[in-house]
Ligand binder design. Structure first.
Ligand SMILES: [Zn+2]
Length: 482
């Protein structure tokens, strides 16, 4: 194998990263990596447990003289998000990534890099391979399917762990230490719609050009949600020139703020509607932030025949009422931590099932407080049942409450200062982390989440700063040896 990373230390760490990149390891496809890890442990006579989910736990005994110290857990996920550019030919189930270094940043050509969380895998392997001379007993936990709902961490048998202090290696900023995170749930809402034959002209309306972003990390940035914006525009138009809704569809992921939404209406006031939309587009554009400046509406008119269908007037008003009133965005800010979002929702996906005559929505709720998640569930249930709909809530994961006293955090602050000559910033994030699940199983676990600098994760623009990986390694050495 020919390697592309040169000149960074420890060499082993970067070799392991490149070896991992050669093995396909998208979420749900982690068995080859689990095989590889098992073989790695066997060759080094390390104790290894692999479960039916392909989570792998490898234990490293303490070095001489440190047997009495409490064990330390290191943890990260083996799966990666598989995204590629439209013109890139790549099969994530078969092909290895094509790595390249540009100005000190590592990326994969045309695809996601999997620095999230390949760096954790490579770091743990380097440590298990004797990379740090003096250390307490170390448990390395490699989990699966983090990116698709923290599934590996959710199903692991935590009675296998001895450690009660842990370092999660799934953070993408060297200068930031995460010390708490939100929990969340996914809600699917399915509403019945009655359709009738309708030969009125069709107007297709598309909301385009919005910035979007992660529904946890970006929810406080004031970026417009395409589904909510469409609902508002349709409701305003309906007030001026009543129409029948034919369809509305927007967004593709519950955890991404939707950037585009498409609706089709049936109307006998085509020209008036187009004029209204052109004016309303300007009203909305004037309100939006700089990041959403590419916002615009695209419209197209077509004809329909007597057999084409549209929602009846009741279904139209119900769907408009639902979409425009279901709460979205920041719902509460933390009283304790300035600037931290405590409770939020994202109406991530709206889709139509024309065969079953239903409008389906997916909402992601996040909160640091379990009772708020319960409240969100109850509210969505109430709203759906009023419209004769059904809900299904799933993939709930617990939050991780910030602990005032944390020995591992204090120690990392010192190690960081020693290596970097400045302080690391301690923060709490409004997104899910495996630490939340682990702490839910082992409440006395003292945890932090750290990592090197990465940008553009979950997109083909993902890149990882190699010099920061080197620094990150030095901090961990200082943390574990000291
Ligand atoms: Zn990750």
């Amino acid at each position: 194998m020919s390697y592309v990373i040169h000149g960074y230390r420890p060499e082993k760490l970067f070799r392991y990263f490149e070896d991992l990149a050669a093995i396909p390891h998208g979420s749900g496809n982690e068995s080859a990596v689990a095989d590889w890890l098992e073989g790695f442990a066997r060759e080094r006579s390390l104790d290894c447990v692999r479960d039916e989910w392909n989570n792998v736990l490898i234990r490293l005994p303490a070095s001489e003289g440190r047997e009495e110290e409490p064990a330390l857990l290191l943890q990260g996920h083996t799966d990666m998000v598989c995204e590629k550019n439209r013109d890139t030919v790549h099969d994530f189930t078969k092909d290895g990534l094509k790595l390249a270094v540009c100005d000190g940043w590592l990326h994969a050509e045309g695809t996601t890099l999997g620095g999230d969380d390949g760096i954790a895998v490579a770091t743990m392997m380097t440590i298990l391979d004797g990379g740090i001379a003096s250390h307490p007993a170390i448990e390395c936990l490699f989990t699966v399917a983090e990116e698709t709902g923290l599934i590996g961490a959710g199903n692991f048998d935590y009675s296998l762990l001895r450690a009660r202090r842990m370092i999660n290696l799934d953070n993408e900023e060297l200068g930031i230490l995460i010390a708490g995170c939100a929990g969340g749930i996914r809600s699917e809402i399915s509403l019945p719609i009655n359709t009738v034959p309708c030969a009125l002209s069709r107007v297709e309306i598309q909301v385009k050009g919005l910035c979007g972003g992660h529904s946890g990390g970006c929810i406080h940035m004031g970026r417009a949600n395409a589904n909510k914006l469409m609902a508002r525009i349709l409701l305003a138009l309906h007030g001026a020139h009543a129409f029948r809704l034919v369809s509305v569809e927007g967004g593709s992921k519950d955890n991404a703020i939707p950037r585009e939404c498409r609706a089709v209406i049936a109307t006998d006031a085509v020209e008036e509607s187009l004029a209204f939309l052109a004016a309303y587009e300007k009203t909305v554009a004037a309100e939006l932030g700089e990041e959403d400046r590419a916002f615009h509406l695209e419209t197209a008119v077509s004809s329909a025949t007597a057999t084409d269908r549209a929602m009846d007037t009741l279904a139209t008003s119900r769907m408009l009422a639902f979409l425009s009133s279901v709460q979205d965005g920041v719902m509460a800010m933390s009283h304790d931590v300035p600037g931290l979002v405590e409770y939020s929702r994202n109406l991530g996906v709206v889709s139509m099932d024309t065969e079953l005559c239903r409008l389906n929505c997916v909402v992601s709720t996040r909160s640091a407080i379990e009772a708020q998640i319960d409240a969100s569930v109850a509210q969505l249930d109430a709203l759906a049942s009023m419209l004769g709909g059904k809900t299904r809530h799933h993939s709930r994961y617990p939050g991780w409450n910030y602990e005032k006293d944390s020995a591992i955090r204090e120690k990392y602050l010192e190690s960081y200062r020693r290596v970097m000559g400045k302080d690391v910033e301690v923060t709490i994030i409004h997104a899910g982390l495996e630490c939340g699940i682990i702490k839910n199983h082992l409440p006395d676990m003292d945890a932090i989440s750290v990592g090197p600098d990465m940008q553009g994760i979950h997109s083909p623009d993902e890149r990882m700063d190699l010099a920061s990986c080197e620094k990150f390694w030095q901090i961990l050495v200082s943390e574990i040896e000291g």
